[in-house]
Design a protein around this ligand. Structure first.
Ligand SMILES: [Cu+2]
Length: 347
């Protein structure tokens, strides 16, 4: 015969089990609600730039329009050197700042320094990821889109015309899932890369093979859509001492270029020279890497280094080579963009 105490214990035990059960259901319920909320918010990947064959690089976002619901995350997959700036219009990359009364061209601090952290919530207004550290960055930058439904523009301030659209739609509007959106982005990138690779062959086919009237003409870059062909055509210029090479950036190029003797020493010709100002972030003044250290029309002798200023689409740059030798060069902002001038003795 069971004692009263035992029965009590059993009863208590059952009640206890019931309580634990209710708690478990409650917890499970809570957890499933939370899981549901998490499942509803998704992360969408957007390409910020991409590399292709034949030294093609796309300065664009893909998919160019990304649709999300409020609470979703956009993760930009950043290839190369880009920033993410949500706002009404792009910020200028370079501004003129006065230092002790002297105007100094400097990197716009609104672009140089972040106003929003990676992974933060975007709640509206103008925000900027700032510049990636180092010359080339491969990484991600994410924002949680915590805003009302609407259309939000964003830009890379470094590459004019590199623009994307975020459409935040109402919760009950169906949108492509992250895998479909990523596939769309990949397709948009592939289309531009393929067009540019095709055009690259055309450019190679029309490249000069010899100097005419003492000048060897080299076409620098070229584009298809937002895809830039980061090549010199021809990459080999054979001339005689006393002749010149004229580099001309293709008028349709979406990107500017440089002509830099190799090896390029970024410490000797830096793009940015920080100027320290007490109690303020440093002024990121534009350095000789960007402004050039060898004026257009200069003469170059064996062993000389030479660095053009930034050459915008349509701009030309000429050097005259007075001595025989092999003069290797590159564009210091575009990895793999290389060329060589071979100067033979005068006939
Ligand atoms: Cu270049």
């Amino acid at each position: 015969m069971q004692s009263l105490g035992m029965r009590r214990l059993m009863k208590l035990g059952m009640v206890g089990a019931l309580i634990v059960g209710v708690m478990a259901v409650g917890l499970w319920g809570n957890r499933s609600n939370r899981a549901l909320a998490q499942d509803n918010s998704q992360t969408f990947m957007v390409y910020a730039g991409a590399f292709g064959a034949a030294n093609v690089e796309v300065y664009g976002f893909a998919p160019s329009t990304i649709k999300v619901h409020r609470g979703d995350t956009i993760m930009w997959h950043i290839a190369s050197f880009h920033n993410i700036h949500i706002g009404n219009e792009p910020a200028s990359l370079i501004t003129v700042t006065e230092v002790d009364g002297t105007p100094i061209p400097a990197l716009n601090p609104a672009v140089g320094f972040p106003s929003v952290q990676n992974g933060a919530a975007y709640t509206g207004g103008d925000v900027n990821s700032g510049l990636p550290e180092g010359e080339v960055m491969t990484g991600t930058f994410s924002l949680v889109m915590d805003v009302e439904p609407g259309t939000y523009l964003y830009f890379c301030d470094i590459h004019p015309g590199m623009t994307g659209i975020i459409e935040v739609v109402a919760d009950d509007v169906e949108i492509p899932n992250p895998a479909e959106a990523a596939a769309q982005g990949q397709a948009e990138m592939d289309e531009q890369i393929n067009a540019a690779v095709g055009k690259s062959f055309e450019l190679a086919g029309t490249a000069a093979t010899e100097a005419v009237d003492g000048v060897f003409n080299v076409t620098v870059g070229g584009s298809a859509g937002r895809a830039s062909i980061n090549l010199f055509n021809s990459a080999l210029a054979m001339i005689h001492a006393g002749e010149s090479v004229t580099w001309t950036v293709a008028a349709d190029s979406v990107e500017g270029h440089f002509v830099n003797s190799t090896p390029y020493d970024p410490a000797a010709v830096p793009d940015i020279v920080p100027i320290m100002v007490e109690g303020q972030p440093p002024i990121l003044s534009i350095g000789p890497g960007f402004l050039g250290s060898t004026p257009d029309g200069s003469e170059v002798k064996a062993g000389d280094s030479f660095n053009s200023p930034a050459l915008a689409p349509g701009q030309s740059y000429t050097l005259t080579f007075t001595e025989p030798g092999v003069y290797a060069y590159n564009c210091h902002i575009h990895p793999g963009m290389t060329g060589v001038v071979i100067v033979q003795p005068t006939m």
